[in-house]
Design a protein around this ligand. Structure first.
Ligand code: UT7
Length: 333
């Protein structure tokens, strides 16, 4: 019997219509377009306004509807839905369940996965294991966030960075030599002081005090996170390349988490991969957490060919990080 692989058979995404420019951010905090462009590389980000829709499920459903149009699959055939997000619609029930119901994936079992910015690659890891086990043939991976609801718009260290967006990837079983080939996933659970949102959980349930102390928004020690992100992502990418015998020439694309253009450049530089092979769209969408990688794949889809070697890599709160090596599954349609 030939080996089963899990391949991305379709990718889509959604970003809200409201564009928040650096000028708008500069009216809220003491910053400038020049600082944000040179230190982070973001020109604008998308924000989900109540008038358009609410909840990460709104964006996920838009992305799934587009995916159904593009690759014409029957949502009833999807057997599992994994939603990687830090901003589910509600704490309970899980947002994967509600999204699946609204999108007609009514035969799937559904759950959320919490791995912050590494959510997409962690979810791919899980979906891949389900598929190669032989038990499941079609798994939907959704990944995205409405970071604007947990962003402190009085903190100039964080508010220019974040935006809203969501991706959708359908994974299917194949016996062809395409799809997910290998991966390395890592976690360091000793990082709470450096990157967190500590309000609203079981230690600090929502109260007047947690709201007053701004504990329902993201806080980070940017420099520490920056350093860990560069070394962790580049180390796992290089380890993955080495153990799969991939030279820098063999790598057709790198799809890195979009947190800071300087982080992306440093990772590509350490990997020795030329800048034209690196997917970058941080300038228009900022950091959408779990959404950045699928939104990149969606943006670059028309340039991807069947068999292209692609390395995905992410780093986020936890700390969580890792790298996934896949061979792209189809030519541009
Ligand atoms: O996706 C999950 C993980 N998150 C990340 O990967 C983010 C990692 N960290 C970063 O991207 C960067 O550390 C930041 C973008 C957050 C900050 O950039 P930085 O180059 O590390 O700046 P810094 O924190 O060292 O601050 C340098 C200076 C400071 O002023 P002083 O103390 O030198 O006078 C800051 O107060 O820049 C100041 N500063 C700003 N100035 C204008 C910080 N934020 C701003 C701002 N506008 N928005």
């Amino acid at each position: 019997m030939r080996k089963i692989h899990a391949v991305i058979s379709g990718i889509s995404g959604y970003v809200p219509s409201h564009v928040m420019t650096n000028e708008e951010i500069s009216r809220m905090v003491d910053t400038s377009d020049e600082w944000i462009m040179t230190r982070i590389g973001i020109k604008e980000r998308r924000i989900l306004k109540k008038e358009e829709g609410s909840g990460v499920s709104y964006m996920a459903i838009k992305a799934i509807e587009d995916l159904i149009k593009k690759i014409n699959f029957d949502p009833k055939e999807v057997e599992a839905v994994i939603f990687a997000t830090s901003t589910p619609d509600y704490i309970m029930p899980n947002v994967a369940a509600m999204t699946a119901y609204k999108a007609g994936m009514t035969n799937a079992f559904c759950f959320d996965l919490s791995a912050a910015c590494s959510g997409f690659i962690y979810a791919l890891e899980v979906a891949n294991a389900y598929i190669v086990s032989g038990k499941y043939k079609k798994v939907m991976v959704l990944a995205g966030d409405v970071l604007s609801v947990i962003t402190n718009y009085t903190d100039r260290n964080t508010c220019p960075i974040f935006g809203d967006g969501c991706g959708a990837a359908l994974l299917e079983a194949t016996e062809e030599e395409i799809g997910i080939m290998d991966s390395i996933m890592r976690t360091d659970g000793n990082s709470l002081p450096h990157l967190h949102m500590i309000g609203g959980g079981s230690v600090n349930p929502a109260s007047f005090e947690t709201v007053e102390k701004n504990q329902h928004t993201i806080w980070q020690d940017g420099k520490v996170v920056f350093k860990h992100a560069v070394s962790s992502m580049s180390d796992t990418c290089m380890e993955l390349m080495e153990r799969n015998g991939l030279t820098r020439e063999d790598v057709k694309w790198v799809a890195p988490h979009q947190a800071n253009l300087r982080i992306i450049d440093a990772v590509a530089n350490r990997m020795g991969v030329s800048p034209d092979k690196v997917m970058i769209n941080i300038e228009k969408y900022g950091n959408t957490s779990a959404g950045t990688i699928p939104i990149c794949l969606w943006d670059y889809e028309s340039q991807l060919n069947k068999g292209d070697n692609i390395i995905l890599t992410a780093f986020g709160a936890g700390f969580t990080w890792g790298a996934t090596y896949l061979k792209w599954g189809y030519d541009p349609k």
